[in-house]
Design a protein around this ligand. Structure first.
Ligand code: ATP
Length: 279
């Protein structure tokens, strides 16, 4: 079977504080986008994971492998699977590429192995693998709270254009949170205006309400990101924000054609640029 494991962007990310377990409590609005990895999954005697890019480990270190191994362990299923990942989502980008792959493997193997696990059971396994995996299992437009695993669907925002720009470097999410904790505290961003804009289908309100508390940490570490944001605004994107812990910046546009026009105006050598739609 073949599955597209789609990336996410954060329309909103508020950091509410640090929890006793070391995770940060967050309040996020997540959105699936069309950009995705292509996974090919076939029955095999043992689990194996191969990847199209040399800088990402296949095998047991890969989150897709860990998802398959966890499913095998909890189900007691005796067969394995051969998994090939055609990687299209950039690494360490704030786009949840690893989580998307893990979610696709959980869903795909539940079907291929005929396990019959419920969506709730898959969500529980997903949250053990990573905070963004539960959202990737559900997809669409959703609010994510707790450490990101408590998912509540929101009115869908489908068919909007998205320009993605990632500088040549990646960032480590734990490092960004660690740095965020050193910054002078500020009250968390308000997520409610985003939710209201989605509920009222208020496009300009939505673009104005995009917010990410982690921007000030990642931007302090990598000032180039501010330049990318400015370039995106100058190119005419109505809403511009860094996704997750970065460094990818997205420009939200009315539709795919508008996103294409913005992307064509960008002159950012060395950056990965992609045009997608919200799904
Ligand atoms: P998030 O937005 O959830 O913080 P991210 O986009 O910043 O995620 P990922 O690319 O998902 O980061 O993963 C970060 C690290 O996880 C990678 O640098 C890589 O070492 C490791 N990893 C393990 N398996 C995978 C996978 N299948 N795809 C991508 N990264 C993986």
């Amino acid at each position: 079977m073949q599955i597209v494991a789609r990336a996410k962007i954060n329309l909103g990310l508020a950091v509410l504080g640090r929890r006793a377990d070391g995770f940060h409590a967050v309040d996020m609005v997540m959105q699936t986008i069309s950009t995705g990895d292509l996974l090919t999954i076939e029955p095999a005697e043992t689990i194996s994971v191969d990847v199209s890019r040399p800088d990402l480990p296949g095998g047991p270190e890969n989150l897709a492998y860990r998802a398959a191994a966890l499913l095998q362990k909890v189900s007691g299923f005796r067969q394995g699977a051969r998994i090939y990942i055609e990687k299209r989502i950039p690494l360490a980008a704030g786009l949840a590429g690893g989580s998307a792959d893990a979610a696709a493997v959980l869903k795909g193997l539940n079907q291929l192995w005929g396990l019959g696990l419920s969506p709730g059971e898959l969500m529980e396994l997903g949250s053990a693998l990573g905070s963004d995996v539960p959202f990737c299992l559900v997809g669409g437009t959703a609010r994510a709270r707790g450490r990101g695993e408590l998912i509540e669907p929101l009115p869908p925002l489908a068919g909007r254009g998205v320009v993605l720009v990632k500088p040549a470097f990646g960032v480590s999410t734990p490092r960004v949170y660690h740095f965020y904790d050193q910054l002078p505290p500020r009250p968390p961003a308000g997520i409610e205006p985003l939710v209201v804009a989605l509920e009222q289908e208020d496009w300009s309100g939505l673009c104005a309400a995009l917010v990410n508390d982690l921007e000030r940490a990642t931007l302090a570490l990598h000032p180039e990101i501010a330049e990318i944001k400015e370039a995106m605004l100058r190119a005419g994107a109505p809403g511009v924000l860094m996704s997750g812990s970065g460094p990818t910046v997205f420009g939200l546009c009315a539709d795919r054609d508008a996103a294409r026009r913005v992307a064509e105006k960008l002159d950012l050598p060395g950056c990965w640029v992609d045009v997608a739609v919200t799904v």
